[in-house]
Design a protein around this ligand. Structure first.
Ligand code: ZN
Length: 225
């Protein structure tokens, strides 16, 4: 019988996002948005916390780890990476790397590829996020496409193993690029959802449609949907 206990979410950030855009951090606004949803209890952690906010005790009581990093991937310790990978694969902790976390050490370890991008452009032009698999639980309640007024362009080829499920594809109006922007994998006991939007100099994670997608991602990666 599926658990009905609240899903315990840890929203982690390296905290290099500009305070002018995210005064409480990207992790702060995401945790607040998730706490509005039924059945989710979200807390924040960051790289400057003891044990980088990723102690054994912290991860042992986490059902889903949401992750944002950009400039400090290399500062995440081997111990932190190994602990995340073990909790995902052996215990079934969900993992949701956002945007520039495509290059986070834990995501690369779980994927086994470089996770490099074909290209990127920090142009602040609109992105259109299309639902590619409307039957997927992460797409529940999401319109056919969501316009993000300003974001960074990412383009293929995204050097990842083929996703088990591709939920979103984005197009970028500053050019003709496309990107697999919502990708799901199972690794061992754990579910992973990579989600592309969210360059830190634009207020992307204030958008309610994206809060719906993140909450859906939490329910799915916790194994509840
Ligand atoms: Zn970015």
């Amino acid at each position: 019988m599926p658990s009905t206990d609240p899903i315990r979410v840890l929203v982690w950030s390296e905290r290099t996002e500009p305070a002018a855009v995210y005064p409480d951090g990207m992790n702060g606004i995401i945790a607040a948005a998730l706490n509005e949803r039924d059945g989710i209890v979200a807390q924040t952690a960051q790289i400057n916390d003891p044990e980088q906010g990723l102690s054994e005790a912290a991860l042992a009581t986490t059902d889903v780890l949401v992750w944002w990093g950009h400039g400090r991937h290399r500062d995440v310790t081997d111990e932190s990476v190994a602990r995340i990978v073990r909790h995902v694969t052996a215990r079934g902790m969900g993992f949701m790397p956002l945007h520039s976390s495509h290059h986070s050490r834990a995501f690369k370890a779980l994927m086994g590829t470089s996770c490099d991008l074909g290209g990127w452009r920090e142009d602040g032009q609109p992105a259109h996020l299309y639902v590619a698999e409307p039957s997927h639980p992460i797409a529940a309640g999401v319109p056919q496409y969501v316009v993000i007024p300003q974001d960074e362009m990412y383009s293929e080829w995204f050097v990842i193993p083929p996703p088990d499920e591709l939920v979103f594809i984005s197009s970028f109006l500053g050019g003709a690029e496309v990107f697999r922007s919502g990708c799901c994998w199972q690794r061992g006991a754990g579910r992973i959802f990579y989600f592309q939007p969210g360059h830190e100099t634009y207020p992307v994670y204030y958008q309610p449609e994206l809060h719906t997608i993140l909450a859906n991602g939490v329910y799915w990666s916790a194994g509840r949907t």
